[in-house]
Design a binder for this molecule. Sequence first.
Ligand SMILES: Cc1cc2nc3c(=O)[nH]c(=O)nc-3n(C[C@H](O)[C@H](O)[C@H](O)COP(=O)(O)OP(=O)(O)OC[C@H]3O[C@@H](n4cnc5c(N)ncnc54)[C@H](O)[C@@H]3O)c2cc1C
Length: 462
Amino acid sequence: MDDHSRYRQRSLWLDGALAVFTPRPRVAGRIDVDVAIVGAGYTGLWTAYALALRDPALRIAIVEAETVGYGASGRNGGFVSAGIAGEARVYERHKGADGVRRAERAMIEGIDWIGAAVTREAIQCGWVKGGAYRVATSAPQLARARAGLEAKRARGYTPDDAWLVTAKEIVAEVRIAGVVGGTFTPHCARADPARLARGLAAACERLGITIYERSAARSIEPGLVTCPDGSVRADVVVRATEAFTTRLPGHSRSYLPIASHMLATEPLTADAWDAIGWAGCATVADQRYQFVYAQRTPDGRIALGGRGLTYRRGGAIREDDEVQPAIHAGLERALRRLFPAASEAPISHRWGCFFAAPRDWSMSVVFDRASGLAHAGGYSGHGVVASSVAGRTIADLITGTESELISLPWVGHESRRWEPEPLRFVATRAIAAVAASADATEDRTNRKARRIGLVRRWLPGR
Ligand SMILES: Cc1cc2nc3c(=O)[nH]c(=O)nc-3n(C[C@H](O)[C@H](O)[C@H](O)COP(=O)(O)OP(=O)(O)OC[C@H]3O[C@@H](n4cnc5c(N)ncnc54)[C@H](O)[C@@H]3O)c2cc1C
């Protein structure tokens, strides 16, 4: 299969964004720049974009193994959402409770920063900032939604940042079956992720940044990125390779590369949309341990993901593992159950991609001025906003700009390495089994509670 067809098959979004595909040049011979960035996902692109805004004189090159947006940036759920990527307790150890509160605020503000860039650069990615619902379909899920909200309040969320909503309020916006309540935050936009990545790449090029594609870095060293047919020399080298980092020499235990999976329907009929509503395009996620998340896409489909993750023993990243029949069947059941009006909708795309899970599940932004090496990533599947915050932070660190960003708790944070196999494999299996079993128990309890409720309605005297 040629590269163009292979890239298009990676997700609904890449299929659409790459209808027309003109590959960029490969790295050939010796290239000299001031800053070399490896990886053309959001982290690499936002770093380059923010650097060029800070210092237009910098010569910047991005080196991408495949094509812009090939990684999770071109295949995700398109939730441009608030919420820190990682564990509050990890960040609290570095910068205290105040650091965590500032981190939460940076993520909230990061959404509008991206939105402003989308407007400024006229990026056609279906951007709608309609907020996000977290919906519960059982009493335990509702209790978890409440607990999640309280935890956010403790981290500085005000009543205007997120609040409880009733089932009636949710269903008035989007007709989800079986919902018993949930939470809403205005801090979320939906976007077509691949068009966001590729539009951002075009904006970078307008600022004079050069992007090389189909040029996998074999090694990343101080001052030097080596590719099969050439090399890039630079004062500063930024590694923005997220899950794929584990393929680089010496990094196999830096992250767990974990695949998350999605599917999309064909565009729904006008009748189906009349039944579902969802005019405001708020994103939706449920509150199961193995949760699902969904967006109404700019071209009128439902794109839905979640319900289980894939980790291959040894941490291999293989395109063959992206479609998982059991997980995709579970996603399809969730789609039909949550959106009965889409019960007959054909599924047009099934896909998956890898994200990076660090040992403490918490992100890092690191710049070592002495070696000129920088890296960012480890967003644990929550990196759309985090990657842009990280990219702007690296730009500030490189250019020596004093800013609030460089004082956030993930700056300078390094997670320790994962254990060797078979421990990692066993741990991922155990975590998945516990989550699945907790969901199954709740489902049984919920069914029993519903049956009891039904019987009570028919008892004498009611
Ligand atoms: C299915 C799925 C759904 C998700 N949904 C959401 C969501 O809705 N909201 C959210 O906030 N987050 C979501 N995420 C996470 C989010 O997509 C990622 O955190 C984010 O895209 C990471 O961006 P990145 O640039 O760091 O990494 P990537 O997008 O993975 O980019 C890394 C790039 O580096 C390139 N590369 C790797 N190795 C080399 C090399 N040796 N040489 C050159 N180039 C190299 C890759 O080809 C790739 O293009 C989701 C992730 C997945 C997998």
